[in-house]
Design a protein around this ligand. Structure first.
Ligand SMILES: Cc1ncc(COP(=O)(O)O)c(C=O)c1O
Length: 469
């Protein structure tokens, strides 16, 4: 991950330019030159975005309220979205490959979503300060679709993980949690660079193992005091890095066979990946996690999260006196946990739009696209990883064509790619992740493959394997 991509670029520049290898210096100069030129074109083409950013700095630190969306010299400001496209404040329409970091699976203003929103606002109202019948309807649909015995709703994926961990800790009576370097489980549960982020919660309670490393996972899970292992089936923040089936199965096995009688709860973070197959990524690999966490599109595009799984673990949250017995139950607060809009619109999206058939076809299209992209990136520093319609692009000096864990990347090339793909009309995240919206025409996917191929040809000397550190 690259929270401050421009700063990282500067680091790479100063590091490499001190080497004595003239060939490497030359390659870097060219990459830097190409990037500077791209930034100048971007600045000239997007004056309104720049103006809005400057205005925003007057009321928000750095003009930003979501770090992921900050880009220097200024972020592109979007005005509207429709279908698979977004239009900037500078009046340019892009094919939306950001897809709201996987949440916009329905695209923008899908008629089913709009209808449900309007009906909810006009016929139900916005939040009633009470239990509503629809929360059970959406809960039942999620339990069926994702093989859960019980589920609870939250306001986002971060909260879902926080509550899943609290449940696992209460159930086992232990505190430690095994996570993986490069893992992202929300704004206060980040493990990039193998370290908990400065603003993480419970920083001392995590054991950080290596992703896609069976031995590292087994050793961590076997440690004393481990309540749970929390893992993404594909690391989204590290650039859509898929867990291998062997690794994910080994994590499950190690948790289920833990010697401690209190057990180790296996939690699969499906916040990003529940969309990659009808039963989520767990179904692809035949995994049976004790608990799962969710978010993103399952609220129909509204703020949403959920956690669920085994009834005995979820019973830690059961407030009924007869269920709790003499044990205190875990409280689970949140004004908007059962908000009318997410309950109705989320359910409409899941059951009327993203049916198992639509989900299967959509992700098969993504897999075909990944194969086409692999053909044009072969033999270069670039590669694409991912599962279904969630992808990440990477540039490594050694020209890796698969990425197994968070890896040092060439941020000058990554940024150059980002700027140049924007000029081709594709809206991608600066770190290079892509999440398709339903309804994206295959012609746009083909055009993207051609643009990637042209980019690699245009910068052949920069993307040749082995040039630059
Ligand atoms: C795997 C994973 N877990 C948790 C989260 C946190 O979700 P939210 O942003 O809704 O809090 C994200 C968000 O991107 C995620 O990718």
């Amino acid at each position: 991950m690259a929270p401050g991509a421009v700063e990282e670029t500067a680091d790479i520049v100063s590091h490499v330019s001190t080497t004595t290898d003239l060939k490497k210096d030359f390659a870097l100069d060219s990459a830097k030159h190409a990037l500077d030129a791209a930034i100048s074109r971007y600045t000239a083409a997007n004056p309104r975005s720049q103006e809005l950013h400057e205005l925003a700095t007057g009321s928000m630190p750095g003009g930003n309220t979501r770090t992921q969306l900050h880009t220097s010299p200024f972020p592109l400001c979007m005005r509207a979205g429709e279908g698979y496209q977004v239009t900037s404040e500078d009046g340019v329409t892009y094919t939306d490959f950001v897809g709201e970091l996987t949440a916009a699976v329905y695209g923008h203003s899908h008629p089913v979503i709009v209808k449900s929103l309007i009906e909810t606002v006009t016929k139900v109202g916005i939040n009633l300060g009470a239990t509503i019948a629809q929360e059970h309807v959406h809960a039942a649909a999620m339990c069926e679709r994702f093989d859960l015995q019980r589920v609870r709703f939250t306001n986002c994926g971060t909260e879902a993980n926080i509550h899943a961990l609290a449940g696992a800790r209460a159930f086992t009576g232990k505190r430690k949690v095994v996570v993986f370097a490069g893992g992202y489980h929300g704004g206060v549960l980040m493990f990039s660079g193998g370290q908990p982020a400065a603003n993480n919660i419970d920083r001392d309670d995590f054991i950080i193992a290596q992703y896609n490393d069976v031995e590292s996972a087994r050793a961590a899970i076997a440690q004393e005091g481990v309540a749970a292992v929390l893992v993404e089936g594909m690391q989204g923040g590290s650039g859509a890095v898929p867990g291998t089936p062997e690794f994910l199965k080994a994590v499950e096995k190690a948790a289920k066979e833990a010697r401690d009688p209190a057990g180790v709860v296996f939690i699969l973070d499906e916040v990003m990946t529940s969309r990659v197959a009808p039963g989520g990524l767990a179904a692809i690999h035949g995994l049976h996690p004790d608990m799962k966490s969710f978010g993103k599109y399952l609220g129909g595009g509204l703020a949403f999260g959920a956690f669920g799984g085994r009834a005995d673990i979820m019973a830690t949250y059961d407030p009924r006196p007869q269920a709790a017995g003499s044990k205190p139950f875990l409280t689970h607060h949140g004004t908007f946990n059962n908000n009318t809009l997410a309950m109705h619109v989320g359910h409409a999206g899941l059951t009327e739009i993203y049916t198992p058939e639509v989900c299967t076809d959509f992700n098969a299209m993504g897999e075909r696209w990944l194969r086409d992209l692999a053909v044009v990136t072969a033999g270069t520093k670039m590669c694409f990883t991912g599962v279904g319609t969630v992808l990440g692009s990477h540039f490594t000096t050694e020209g890796l064509q698969t990425i197994e864990r968070e890896t040092a990347e060439d941020w000058t090339l990554k940024e150059l790619f980002w700027y140049e793909m924007m000029e081709e009309g594709f809206w991608i995240t600066r770190r290079g992740s892509i999440a398709l919206c339903l309804g994206t025409p295959e012609s746009e996917l083909k055009r993207f493959v051609a643009c990637v191929s042209e980019f690699l040809a245009r910068h052949a000397s920069l993307v040749a394997v082995g040039t630059k550190d």
